[in-house]
Design a protein around this ligand. Structure first.
Ligand SMILES: Cc1cc2nc3c(=O)[nH]c(=O)nc-3n(C[C@H](O)[C@H](O)[C@H](O)COP(=O)(O)O)c2cc1C
Length: 487
């Protein structure tokens, strides 16, 4: 092959090549050759090759942007070192997120081998998946000319776990009914390894009785699911359940399934609350708040990764139940209180939920009608139970009680007062005002957080970081504290 002058490439492509080359332990010239050879030797269709190379570079650049570690300079722990993941990418709009997933898994030390369905190749190129996984991408069941062909049985034998992301309605239907008419479905039915599916589809497809039946069958057959979550769909004006779980949620589910990493919390029962509460006004209206549940769910997942038996009591949220956690869904503060009390005794409790302080005294049995000349209804409010204080002073109080204080003013003074009044050991204080300067969308609903840990010993300031990183650090702190508390 003729020599390649890297100097003549533009900066964006050069930077991309430099990173890929470093990751794959190749020179930049070698990396460029691997990519070009793959393009020329048929991983790309014969039509529109230049377009596809351009698309591939764009996909790789965006996977790189998505995967930039949340805390600059912080390398994620290599908790999946030595693990082999076979990732099956199905044909859905969320296929682009599978590219980010490959990178997240490799950052953690996993070897990733990719199978793509022919529909998946309509959404992302095999070249992107191949460059990110640093391996050949497998697409054909019958491919006698393919020097890389290792056969469907070997693909499954050489993996510790099979992950389907996005899992299309079609792939779920095929596996639930035993079809094996392409490489992906044949590998899935030929495996004796655990299978994790991350479904992604239009909400109507997800709620269709056929998909529900298939999901129930697959669960009975031992397939584990992560997601889908509720939220906006790629199609305009569509919202509901069907969004693929985020790559980091899938990584968490993989870690839980493979049971990797130290387990300092094994044998410990921990209760976590998360999300908002909805306090009904009438059957169609309610009082709520902007809590997304992201921080509470991340804490539950981080505690489960350290081996805790986690019971998550979640208000109504649009995100997936965390993997490896027992989740109880509630709506109102009173239901949350009852669920938490029923879970006692426990070793620790972390109250992250943004529980409404007040509810309407009596919610109307029928929708309140607008009556001409009568003016708006007057809502009489009464106080909700204080769940944190209730548990902080309970006869079965857990050894470690942690509350969250979301404040818009006098953050520290309010957190310190809360610590005393509620009988908590620690208060995690965060400034949820719009002007807090955290992330682009603020703390509530956003992906980042800046917290202070308030205890009798004083105040510890943590820098701004992703909610996942806050969760991991808090879980480590809880493990440390519980070491001194004998069961
Ligand atoms: C633009 C477009 C987007 C699609 N998105 C999805 C999706 O998100 N989820 C899904 O299950 N099917 C989706 N489909 C349908 C699948 O691509 C189709 O069922 C295909 O046969 C799936 O093949 P596979 O399961 O072998 O990947 C989409 C189709 C099109 C044209």
């Amino acid at each position: 092959m003729a020599s390649i002058t890297i100097r003549n490439l533009d900066d964006e492509v050069k930077e991309l090549l430099r990173r890929l080359a470093a990751e794959n332990d190749r020179s930049m010239e070698e990396q460029a050759r691997v990519m070009i050879r793959a393009a020329v030797e048929g991983q790309l269709g014969s039509a529109g090759r230049i377009d596809q190379i351009e698309q591939t570079l764009r996909e790789l650049a965006s996977a790189r942007a998505l995967a930039t570690p949340a805390v600059v300079g912080k390398i994620p722990p290599r908790g999946l070192s030595g693990k082999r993941i076979l990732l099956i990418i199905g044909g859905g709009i969320a296929a682009y997120k599978a590219l980010d997933l490959i990178r997240r898994l490799r950052e953690r030390g996993a070897a990733v081998r990719v199978v793509m369905t022919s529909a998946a190749q309509e959404f992302v190129t095999t070249l992107s998946a191949g460059a990110l996984s640093a391996d050949h991408v497998f697409t054909e069941l019958f491919d006698r000319n393919d020097e890389h062909d290792v056969g469907h049985i070997r693909l499954s034998r050489e993996a510790d776990l099979l992950v389907v992301a996005p899992a299309t309605a079609d792939l779920m239907a095929k596996l639930a009914n035993g079809h094996a008419n392409d490489l992906a479905s044949t590998v899935l039915i030929a495996t004796d390894k655990p299978v994790l599916m991350a479904p992604a589809m239009n909400p109507r497809m997800w709620t269709h009785p056929a998909t529900r039946r298939n999901r129930a069958t697959l669960q009975k057959d031992g397939v584990t699911f992560v997601g889908p979550a509720r939220g906006e769909m790629a199609e305009s004006n569509e919202a509901g359940e069907g969004r693929m779980a985020e790559p980091l949620e899938i990584v968490a589910a993989i870690e839980a399934l493979l049971d990797v990493g130290p387990k300092p919390l094994s044998g410990r029962k921990i209760i976590v609350t998360s999300g908002p509460t909805h306090e009904p006004i009438d059957p169609v209206r309610y009082i709520a708040n902007r809590s997304s549940g992201k921080q509470g769910h991340a804490i539950a997942a981080a505690l489960a990764r350290l081996g805790a038996d986690v019971h998550l009591v979640s208000g109504p949220v649009g995100i997936a139940d965390p993997a490896g956690v027992k989740t109880i869904h509630v709506e109102r503060a009173q239901e949350m209180r009852d669920a938490v009390e029923q879970l006692l005794p426990a070793d620790a409790a972390v109250f992250v939920a943004a529980v409404a302080d007040w509810r309407t005294e009596n919610s109307a049995g029928e929708k309140i009608k607008k009556v001409a000349g009568e003016g708006p209804p007057v809502l009489r409010m009464v106080e909700n139970p204080d769940i944190l204080a209730g548990v902080g002073h309970h006869s079965q109080r857990p050894g470690l009680v942690i509350g969250f204080a979301a404040e818009t003013q006098d953050l520290l003074r309010n957190a310190e007062a809360k610590l005393k009044k509620k009988g908590a050991d620690l208060i995690v204080a965060n400034d949820v005002s719009q002007g807090s300067g955290v992330g682009s969308s603020g703390v509530m609903g956003g992906d980042r957080n800046r917290v202070r840990i308030v205890s009798k010993a004083g105040v510890e300031e943590w820098p701004e970081m992703s909610k996942d990183d806050v969760a991991a650090r808090l879980a480590a702190l809880i493990a440390e504290r519980l070491k001194t508390i004998v069961v």
